[in-house]
Design a binder for this molecule. Structure first.
Ligand SMILES: [Fe+2]
Ligand SMILES: [Fe+2]
Length: 137
């Protein structure tokens, strides 16, 4: 199970809320695999991918609004995760019949969320702290 401890928080409510939502979906997928209900993974991973893409759009809109100087780099990073999300969907399709696919999915999902999605956002944490506060969420 993943938990968003304080070091993974941006202290910016709408983005932290999105990240928590993604973490909740990841935890439901991990739970399904652990409970031997891996056939539920496909729908959940589809939900995760859609939620991740709409989160990226929200986040990029905010970064544009506050004039974040490394916007292009972060947008490119988000784009580079499309292939990874395709792989997650492939694993999820197989997870119902194939335990190795389920195990790989569980491991990849946690790295995807914590390393690729959330940790890379910490690069702009101090920038939005200065530029975007106070936020009425
Ligand atoms: Fe994010
Ligand atoms: Fe991001």
């Amino acid at each position: 199970m993943v938990e968003l401890t304080p070091s993974f928080m941006l202290e910016y409510e709408s983005l932290d809320r999105d990240h928590q939502h993604l973490a909740n979906i990841v935890n439901r997928i991990v739970q399904a695999i652990d409970d031997g209900e891996a056939e539920k993974c496909e729908d959940l991973v589809i939900d995760l991918v859609q939620s991740t893409k709409s989160h990226f759009a929200n986040e990029e809109a905010l970064l544009i609004k506050v004039g974040y100087p490394n916007l292009k780099k972060h947008q490119d990073h988000h784009k580079s995760l499309n292939t990874k999300m395709e792989h997650l969907l492939e694993f999820a399709k197989m997870a119902g019949e194939n335990q190795m696919a389920g195990d790989s999915l569980r491991k990849e999902l946690v790295f995807f969320l914590m390393d690729d999605v959330i940790t890379t956002d910490m690069e702009f944490k101090s920038f939005i702290e200065e530029k975007a506060k106070p936020e009425k969420a």
